[in-house]
Design a protein around this ligand. Structure first.
Ligand code: PLP
Length: 459
């Protein structure tokens, strides 16, 4: 019997979308017009778009088929019950509240349960999660393990929360902690997984201190696959069994179905506590919609329901994790500094290490992301000082890291696209000494990375 080493895409392509090839000078002009901020580019001027894995995936024929089954009734639609049943079967949570995307679930949860001065511990808050905590005048406290802060350090579960630090927070500031959160996988820290053992530890601490435990579950399936392949004793279980156990350890979750829901839009808040659920539903009605659609069309609920079933299939997860690892391996082999080991949904280039001549407050991540666009038409995103360096009091300091994230949309690009990306990154790394930093010309007070205007600094 043959044993194949090649892991192929577990799908064939039924429908294609052309990409547009542009010239270098066109891209230079487009970037200048965009204020040197890749978020402000027109997507059609991008050849390979690795800005995010959020909502950018290709849906399956089964999802498109399900879309035609969408029930658009305002209240009590059949599509809601199908969605609710799939989410409940997976998570076991009692109350399932659809939202238009992850940050809506965050806003509704935090606005309903946080008070001024509260503290929310997490391994690492994602940017919208942090912003939704801070807008309530509460503190978003990042407690990832020390290994998770060192890009070059290899650890199988670099997304783990530091249990000793969490315990100290609960002992010292427990009265101000309304809930504990853990993000799986840890996007801000490099798409790194959290182990089952660590999550069990969080559960124990939360029990001891009588705190609810919530997951930011955007990439729960990728996390489950890492547990299966990296954690002792888990290899024989299916990703779905592992995911179910992970959810069973928590009291609720926020979810962006734009990631492991394999949908282009959607999300949910799921939780066991009835009082909190009632409060959240009231706020949902105010800003999102009736609790059986939460800002989504019936057909969106169908697409998410089917996506949640497909995402835990093992051939999909094997291909998904391997294709990210493949790009990572190529960059490592060429000596490009990246967060080690490969994350689930993205490869993170350590721009601070690569562009050591560009100080953090001149935004090496922006310099590298912009060079990748100009040289190769590839769009990545800075995750660093621009995203995290501005504090609520208006002061600025270097972010913990300066990274450029190349997020891989689900089921969209083939291996040759990824080979092109590897060639481009290696080429740009070879011209690093020519790259210069940037200054910010104009920026809003929160979530500035989305809209800030930059200016290149002179050589
Ligand atoms: C870990 C994490 N939490 C929350 C969100 C927010 O989800 P959404 O973009 O659907 O609002 C994201 C999105 O990228 C994320 O990666």
């Amino acid at each position: 019997m043959l044993h194949f080493k090649t892991i192929i895409e577990p799908f064939r392509i039924k429908s294609v979308e052309a990409v547009k090839f542009t010239r270098r000078e066109d891209r230079e002009r487009a970037l200048a017009e965009a204020g040197y901020n890749v978020f402000r580019l027109r997507a059609e001027d991008v050849l390979i778009d690795l800005l995010t894995d959020s909502g950018t995936g290709a849906m399956s024929a089964a999802q498109w088929g399900a879309i035609m089954q969408g029930d658009e009734s305002y209240a009590g639609s059949r599509s809601f019950y199908r969605f609710r049943d799939v989410v409940q079967d997976l998570t076991g949570f009692r109350h399932i509240i659809p939202t238009h995307q992850g940050r809506a679930a965050e806003r509704i949860l935090f606005h309903s349960v946080l008070e001024e001065g509260d503290v929310v511990p997490n391994n690492n808050h994602f940017d919208t999660t942090r912003a939704n905590v801070e807008v309530e005048d509460a503190e978003a406290r990042d407690l990832v393990i020390p290994e998770g802060r060192v890009p070059s350090q290899i650890h199988p579960f670099k997304g783990n929360i530091d249990l000793a630090a969490l315990e100290r927070t609960l002992e010292r500031d427990g009265a101000r902690v309304p809930l504990v959160m853990v993000t799986v996988t840890n996007n801000t820290g490099g798409g790194q997984p959290v182990s089952l053992e660590n999550l069990r530890g969080v559960r124990k601490l939360c029990d001891r201190h009588q705190k609810p435990f919530f997951l930011d579950a955007c990439r729960f399936a990728e996390n489950a696959y890492f547990i299966k392949t990296r954690e002792e004793g888990q290899a024989g279980r299916t990703p779905k069994e592992i995911a179910r156990e992970v959810f069973s350890l928590a009291d609720g979750c926020t979810m962006s179905a734009k990631k492991d829901g394999l949908a282009n839009i959607g999300g949910f808040l799921a939780l066991n506590d009835e009082t909190w659920a009632d409060r959240c539903r009231n706020l949902l009605i105010l800003t999102e919609g009736f609790p059986t659609y939460g800002g989504l069309a019936g057909y969106d609920l169908e697409a998410v329901a089917r996506g949640l079933e497909e995402v835990v299939e093992e051939p999909y997860l094997r291909y998904r994790i391997r294709s990210t690892e493949y790009l990572h391996e190529r960059l490592v082999a060429a000596g490009v500094p990246v967060i080690q080991p490969a994350g689930g949904h993205a490869v993170y280039i350590d721009a601070r290490a690569l562009l050591s001549h560009v100080p953090p407050l001149q935004y090496p991540g922006i310099a590298l992301a912009n060079a990748l666009y100009v040289e190769a038409g590839i769009r990545g995103v800075e995750i660093g000082t621009v995203m995290f360096g501005l504090h609520p009091d208006g002061t600025e300091s270097p972010g913990a890291m300066d990274l450029v994230r190349l997020a891989i949309p689900r089921r969209v690009y083939t291996q040759s696209h990824i080979d092109y990306v590897a060639e481009a990154v290696i080429g740009v790394a070879g011209m690093k000494d020519r790259l210069r930093g940037y200054r910010i010309r104009k920026a809003p007070a929160v979530l500035r990375h989305f809209t800030a205007l930059f200016e290149p600094l002179a050589a």
